[in-house]
Design a protein around this ligand. Sequence first.
Ligand SMILES: [Zn+2]
Ligand SMILES: [Zn+2]
Ligand SMILES: [Zn+2]
Length: 272
Amino acid sequence: MNIKLFGTAAAEGWPGLFCNCKACNTAKELGGKNIRTRSSGLIDGVLKIDFPPDTLMHVLYHGLDIRSIEALLFTHAHDDHFAVSELQYRRSGFVANPLTNVLPVYGPPDVISELTNRSAAQPMPYTLTTLSPWETIEIAGYKVTPIIAQHDTSLTCYNYLIQNSAGKTLLYASDTGWYHEETWTFLLGKRIDGIVCECTNGPKEDAWSAHMNISSVLRLREKLIETGSFRADGKMIATHFSHWGALTHDEFETLLNPHNIQTAYDGIEFEI
Ligand SMILES: [Zn+2]
Ligand SMILES: [Zn+2]
Ligand SMILES: [Zn+2]
């Protein structure tokens, strides 16, 4: 399974859209891997996870072949993952060579109801399917299982187990928070080959608990290893970083590498 991450920032990007804090200014000066757009992922070029407001950036600068995706899977209805207005540009009035396929879109109830409302006002080339937690569904040839994140109690927020036909399983955990017991119980006995986990708060210990920080990312990894779901040499990538965490890419690497966790950057690609 090939996984590519197109954006690796939290909601406002890094540098933040309107921010001039030290961390944002440093990112502007250093450039490269310190420039982070809003988060999304792609499995084997066909299964797209989330549609952030920077998707056009990902097409322009990171080789996202958006016309080739076969299905779109949403984690939750926050703006940085669900730039709903952008989806209309797949309609024939905006595309010179119209796409012939209707794109299957899957997600939690809040995402699908919003898209249903928009489609009622203006037909869109999507089929919409609401996913239920814990229930495995086949999407674009993958077995996809939504699990409940601990992220925003006003919405249904999913993380996903995504398994390919060879039996390799990815845990896509963004946005996440520290899981409730129900989710940990569900994960017992699962075998996970790779993990993409948000690390929004970076080194901050006193930040918003609906997101992870370095210590909770380490705890999540340890817990999955202890319960036999994940191997110590398994591939794990931290992503969805916020400028409030204020570390450079290199500083994140210094802290995460010793734990066999890779620091994501926009355009990072890896195999499990
Ligand atoms: Zn987010
Ligand atoms: Zn900033
Ligand atoms: Zn979120």
